[in-house]
Each structure stands twice: as C-alpha cells, then as structure tokens.
Design a protein around this ligand. Structure first.
Ligand code: TRP
Length: 448
C-alpha cells in the first residue's frame, strides 16, 4: 500500500517525541496523582502498572501497526482493513471520545495556563493555595476565558500543521519538564513530615482497593497512554516501514509511566507534609505544587511559573493530538478543508467545555454519575468506559477478526530485533487483554 502522499515522520526520534508528547500531559501530572490519592495509593499504582504492561503495551503496538498498515485516520483505518463490515463504528466511537475528552481537558489546561500568571503572585502574597485555587475555579467567567485561550492555542497549532512547531519544541520542553519535576521531588521529600506521603504512595495496602479503583486504574492507563480512541492509529499512519514499532511502543509507554510516577513522587510527600487530603480530587496538583514552591522562597516563585508553563505545553501537545484525531476524520472522510474542520470542531468542543467549568462553581449543585460533577462525569464516561471499550474491541478486531498473523507481520516490519512481536503478543492481545478488560467491566458494574 502506497502512503507516501500523506507525509511521514521525519525520524524515529521525531515520532517518539510526538507520540510521547501526546501521551505525556495532564493525565500524568494532574490526573495520575489525584486518582491515585482518591483510590488509596500504592495498591492502585501496582494495579495501574500491571494494566500498562499486560493490556496497554500490546494495544499500543496494535494501534500503531493498524495505522501504518492502513495509512488512514481512526475511522478510515477500519474501512481499509475490514471493508464491508461494521468495524468502522469502533473508529467513530473513538472520535466521539476524543471530542468529549478535549472539552474538559481544555478546561483543566486553562487552569494550568492561568497559573503561569497567577501562581507566582499568589505565593508572594502568602495566600493559602487551597483558598486561592477554589476561589479561582468557582468563579463563573475567568476559568472559561482561560479555557477559550487554551482552545485557541490548540486551534492555532492544529490548523497550521504540527510537525514544524510543536514537535520541534517538545524535544526541548519535555526534558525541561522532567528536570523541574526532579527539583520538585527533592524539595517535596525533604519537607518535614513527608515520610507518611512516601509510605502512602509506595507501600501497598490492598484493603483500600475497590472495584471502582481497579476500573479507574484501567481507565487511567488508557487515558495516560492516549489509547482506545484511535490517536495512535492516526499517529501510526505517518510511520515509515523502516521504523521500529515494538521498540517505539516500549519507549512511549516507559516515558509516560515514568513521568506519571515522578509526578506522584513530587505530590504525595508534600500532601502529607502540609496536612492536605490525598483524595482531595482535581485540585490536588494546583494546591500542592504552589505550596511546595512557596516553601522555597523567591526561587520557588520562579520554579512555580516555569512548572505551570511546562505543564501548559505538555497539555498542549496532548490536546492537539485529540483535536487532530477529530479533525482528521472530517478532513479525510467528510472532505472538509483543514481550517474549516479545526475551527468548527474547536468551537463545538469549547462550548461543551463550558458546563464542565461552571460545574466547579455556580452549577456545582448539579450532580451526575455517582454524585460526580459534570467534568468528572464526562471523564468517567470517556476514560473508564469509552477508552477501555475501544481497546477491547481493537483486541477482538486483531485477535479474532483481522488476525494476529497479519498483525505480527506488519508490526515486525522495520523491527531491528531488540524486541519483536510474537507468541507473547499474540497471547496478550487474543486472551489476556480482552479478558482483563471484560472482567474489570463486569466487576465494576457489580456482576460479582
Ligand atoms: N494522554 C494524554 C494525557 O495523559 C491525553 C490524551 C491525548 C489522550 N490524546 C489522547 C487521552 C487520546 C485519551 C486518548 O494527558
């Protein structure tokens, strides 16, 4: 199949930077610590790691190879590989998931953007970080304005094309983010009283792990690795035949998991040192990080500004991948031009984000799934249901419809031999991954 005219990734590193840029985002630094806190700490982390290795890495390989083989967007890929079937519905589900996720993702990313400008001043004024945060997100208009600013940045990047800008800067900015994270960790673990936080994060207590927690671990693994909605299919479609899919999958998953782990290491010792509540929810990062930096004096203010700047960039490289999946569909299949697709979808996504923002304040009395606010409910539906379901169906597609022989053949083209797909992959994708997802679903709806 000739896919030349769609363009390719320039280099192996360029691809890894873009795919890791998609994976590393708010999911790692904002969501992973707060979900881990909510569901009990270390035991949750262990289950999360198991899901990454046994379920998500095989699915990462599968999405990438389906993308490269078909050379198409999330929905078009299924039309090419399974013509005259209904498998394209899996792609459609993914596009809807991307639309929903970006709507609230952009609200949180707007908070991060606002904090570039606000956190330093707040810290200097000696204000209580929790009060500051709550006052900010519960106000009706300001967070929506920041949500709009963030969506505009996304629209700007995606409508201009992503390779020359974001990809180039990600290579510098991502390593800088890791460095700042290390500074944060060093300060955090040396705070008096931080030991309890380390224990909470690193010593598993399985009695705290609920069925809902296990489902959340699975959903978080999909969310953090950008899986289950065709994002990696789309990115895989720009891969050349000589690029090594199995090794890339490990790099992306390893980098993503490593950064999430570091974020937890930065947050939890500080949470306990400052007497905050680990299950505090979406505000955790926005409250603890300024608190840690404030404890460092003037230099801390500088680190705070840098931290939220880098978090905004990390969120942007992820958000553009979400918008790209949605728009690639309208460009390829509905034949809209790029500008039209990006602006129309961007505006609708912005509008859907408004109730997520208002749900923090003026609309906070409206509760949905299990007492969650609007933002949390959308996240629950998208991360915990749509993404694992998309992953499950992809396993069935590869393992039982299209065939693992074809998948292994495609996946190993360009593999240099350090890691190749074989019997292990076949077993995981046919049995382990789909059965694990199925059991988690049954358990979380209370079947046993
Ligand atoms: N993985 C990103 C994060 O951790 C978010 C993201 C980008 C995503 N693309 C995705 C989540 C596709 C699910 C599916 O912040």
């Amino acid at each position: 199949m000739e896919i030349k005219e769609r363009g390719n990734w320039g280099s192996q590193f360029g691809f890894i930077a873009a795919a890791a840029g998609s994976a590393v985002g708010l999911g790692n630094i904002w969501k992973f610590p707060y979900i881990t806190g909510r569901y009990g700490g270390a035991a949750f982390v262990l289950v999360y790691l198991l899901f990454v290795i046994l379920v998500c890495v095989p699915i990462m390989n599968s999405e990438l190879l389906v993308g490269r083989k078909s050379g198409k967007n999330a929905l078009g890929a299924f039309k090419v590989l399974a013509p005259k079937s209904s498998w394209w519905i899996v792609g459609l589900m993914g596009i809807i998931a991307g639309f929903v996720i970006l709507s609230y993702y952009s609200v949180i990313a707007g908070w991060a953007t606002a904090y570039i400008f606000k956190s330093g001043a707040y810290m200097a004024a000696g204000a209580n970080p929790a009060d500051v945060f709550v006052a900010f997100i519960t106000s009706p208009a300001t967070p929506i304005i920041w949500h709009a600013i963030f969506m505009l940045m996304c629209i700007g990047v995606v409508s201009a094309g992503i390779e020359k800008g974001i990809e180039k800067y990600s290579k510098i900015l991502m390593p800088t983010l890791v460095l700042i994270l290390l500074v944060l960790i060093i300060r955090s673990v040396t705070l008096p009283g931080s030991g309890a936080g380390l224990a909470f994060y690193l010593k598993p207590d399985f009695s705290k792990l609920s069925a809902e927690g296990i489902l959340a671990a699975l959903g978080q693994a999909f969310f953090s690795l950008s899986l289950g909605m065709g994002c990696m299919i789309t990115y895989g479609s720009y891969l050349k035949k000589d690029q090594d899919i199995p090794v890339n999958s490990y790099w992306i998953a390893g980098a993503d998991t490593g950064i999430a782990f570091l974020a937890g290491l930065a947050i939890f010792p500080a949470v306990f040192a400052f007497g905050l509540e680990p299950g505090a929810g979406p505000g955790l990062t926005f409250i603890t990080v300024p608190a840690v930096f404030a404890s460092m004096g003037a230099i801390g203010h500088l680190f705070g500004i840098l931290f939220f700047f880098l978090l905004t960039i990390a969120a942007l490289t992820s958000a553009i991948s979400l918008l790209e999946v949605v728009c690639a569909y309208f460009i390829d299949e509905v034949k809209w031009n790029r500008k039209k697709a990006v602006w129309i979808m961007g505006i609708f996504i912005f509008l859907l984000g408004i109730p997520s923002s208002l749900g923090q304040g003026v609309w906070s009395s409206y509760k949905f799934i299990g007492g969650r606010d609007f933002l949390d409910s959308l996240d629950f539906i998208a991360s915990n249901i749509l993404l694992p379901l998309g992953g499950f169906l992809l396993c069935i597609f590869i393992g039982w419809y299209w065939g693992t022989d074809k998948a292994i053949e495609e996946g190993n083209i360009g593999a240099k031999g350090a890691i190749t797909l074989g019997g292990g992959y076949r077993f995981l994708i046919k049995y382990v991954a789909p059965i694990a997802i199925f059991i988690v679903f049954l358990k979380s709806i209370g079947v046993f």
